[in-house]
Design a protein around this ligand. Structure first.
Ligand code: K1U
Ligand code: ZN
Length: 174
């Protein structure tokens, strides 16, 4: 099932999320719904708070061409970050059509629990590293615009407030 994606500003996008204690059938269904929602958007990642669930769960698939490579991460933790930084022009499905350069560690080592309850550890580089850090930020109530200066952040927030007003008036409009 495709779930509606919350648009910034929304208090649920600013709240630190709760760890997942047990991977229940409902949480596996949520992960499947999040992947369906991400592919439909389209996007390369999605965090549970973006669909209104303040739990520590993210999904990703950063493969552009070739067979899909969906990854489901419960309770993801960054174990190590490279000193080398990389800059990427980031977007966010909760901040549609707005992009800005964000500098982050170029590689990160992440530990998480997968949908079968197995602990996984993997080193991510390239767009995967950028995406996993962007998604873990969502779990901590942080958006990519929080890395920008106050004027740029305020300008984007005002655009999103306008978009939300327009969508509330005409829900059919994209
Ligand atoms: O978390 C999100 O809002 C999803 C976001 C993830 C992300 C994008 C760029 C850098 C870091 C994290 C997106 O997927 S925005 C859409 C997007 O980047 C994209 C869409 C279609 C094809 C390729 C990329
Ligand atoms: Zn985002």
């Amino acid at each position: 099932m495709i779930r509606p994606i919350l648009i910034h500003p929304d208090p649920r996008l600013k709240k630190p999320c709760e760890p997942v204690a047990e991977i229940t059938p409902d949480l596996r269904q949520l992960a499947a719904d999040m992947l369906e929602t991400m592919y439909a958007a389209p996007g390369i990642g999605l965090a549970a708070p973006q669909v209104g669930v303040t739990k520590r769960l993210i999904v990703m698939d950063c493969i552009k061409n070739g067979p899909p490579e969906p990854v489901v991460l419960f309770n993801p933790e960054i174990l190590w970050s490279a000193e080398e930084l990389s800059v990427y022009d980031e977007g966010c499905l909760s901040i549609p059509d707005q992009y800005a350069e964000v500098e982050r560690p170029a590689e990160v080592k992440v530990r998480w629990t997968d949908a079968d309850g197995a602990v996984q550890v993997r080193q991510f580089g390239g767009i995967w590293a950028t995406c996993v850090q962007h998604e873990i930020d969502h779990l901590n109530g942080k958006l990519f615009i929080d890395y920008l200066g106050p004027l740029k952040r305020q300008m984007i927030t005002r655009k999103m407030q306008k978009l939300k007003r327009e969508r509330a008036r005409d829900p059919e409009r994209e």
